[in-house]
Design a protein around this ligand. Structure first.
Ligand code: FE2
Length: 160
């Protein structure tokens, strides 16, 4: 079942909100990839895209926080780094493995892989929802406090 972005999840910044929507799409894409044959390889491909886009999103978010003088900027940045490390760790565990023709080893790897893929689903759902609903939402009052349109005449804040 896909996760759906809702208006109540908006933090009130066009760039961040639109990037969050796209992150939801990418998480859903990873989950759909799990349903194909040879899911580890395909899932790793989509996970790569998710990691790449997450990096872009975190960079933009951190720049915006500096502009709005967000007081939790450093803690937020540390969390971003940890999330990227966890995503990279998941990707490393999904890299194709070879049993070199050993049937028993093949079956064992298959079980390990299925378990890893289940972890991927749980982890991704948890991190994206936690990131949007519990972490980024705290930026909302600081963005609201801006007296002018934060995207106006400001290339950092303009949507990508
Ligand atoms: Fe975010």
């Amino acid at each position: 079942m896909p996760i759906i972005w809702r208006e109540s999840m908006a933090i009130g910044h066009p760039t961040i909100d639109s990037q969050h929507k796209y992150l939801f799409c990418l998480v859903n894409a990873v989950e759909l990839a799990l349903q194909v044959d040879n899911p580890a390889k395909v899932t790793a491909f989509y996970l790569d895209q998710l990691i790449e886009y997450t990096r872009i999103h975190f960079e933009d978010e951190e720049k915006i926080q500096i502009v709005i003088q967000y007081p939790q900027h450093n803690e937020h940045k540390t969390q971003h780094r940890e999330i990227i490390e966890n995503l990279e760790d998941l990707k490393a565990r999904l890299l194709p493995k070879s049993a070199n023709g050993d049937v028993a080893e093949e079956a064992r790897l298959e079980r390990v892989c299925s378990k890893t893929l289940e972890d991927v689903v749980g982890f991704l759902r948890h991190w994206i929802l936690d990131h949007v609903l519990h972490t980024d939402i705290h930026m909302k009052p600081y963005l609201k406090r801006q007296k002018v349109d934060p995207t106006r005449n400001n290339p950092i804040l303009r949507g990508r």
